[in-house]
Design a protein. Structure first.
Length: 79
């Protein structure tokens, strides 16, 4: 859900669809930089819950890759 007034975008899983995750929720939030008006700060947060049968090491690998995939473009596009 995009809320322009709050400079934020939130999401959840589509609970009507089948997923590999038990649950996933998160947000992007953008705020002006306090010292440079041409810059902005971008915040990202996600919480993911896997099913109990997924081994911990698989969760670690998936979490690391998902974070890189979700945020890797920010530096490239912002400079």
């Amino acid at each position: 859900v995009y809320v322009p007034k709050l400079n934020s975008l939130t999401w959840t899983l589509d609970y009507d669809k089948t997923s590999d995750f038990d649950d996933s929720v998160g947000f992007w939030f953008i705020t002006p930089h306090p010292e440079n008006k041409e810059w902005a700060r971008v915040y990202y947060s996600v919480a993911v819950s896997m099913f109990d049968w997924v081994p911990g090491f698989v969760m670690d690998i998936m979490s690391s890759k998902a974070l890189t995939d979700a945020t890797g473009w920010v530096k490239r596009e912002s400079e």
